[in-house]
Ligand binder design. Structure first.
Ligand SMILES: [Zn+2]
Length: 106
């Protein structure tokens, strides 16, 4: 038999935690960390067009990336989608929770 130091409830020895204040005793205080959600989220801007305009796409992406600045820019990737060239600029969102995907503008 043992007595909970927190609430004074008596327990059999087979119980390792207090049933009355089990949540606060057994669970480690990780909730504080979970509440600290990232301030910013990853966004992306896609530039796409025909292969003939690779230069155009890259210059557009470069200009966009330059406007973001080095602190927000994550990386720039590109690939081919059939006849389309796709350039994606990955960056940190300025405001948390705000989505500014300009895709599908063609
Ligand atoms: Zn207790």
């Amino acid at each position: 038999m043992w007595t909970c130091a927190n609430c004074g409830e008596k327990h059999e020895d087979q119980f390792e935690t207090c049933w009355k204040c089990d949540e606060s005793v057994a669970a480690p205080p990780l909730k504080d960390g979970a509440l600290e959600r990232p301030q910013r989220r990853v966004e992306y801007q896609v530039f796409r067009g025909t292969l003939a305009t690779w230069e155009n796409l890259f210059s557009q992406a470069a200009e966009f990336a330059s406007s973001l600045g080095p602190e927000r820019l994550i990386s720039i990737s590109h690939s081919e989608d059939r006849d389309d060239g796709v350039v994606a600029v990955w960056f940190w969102s300025a405001e948390p929770g705000k989505t500014t995907n300009d895709q599908g503008s063609s």
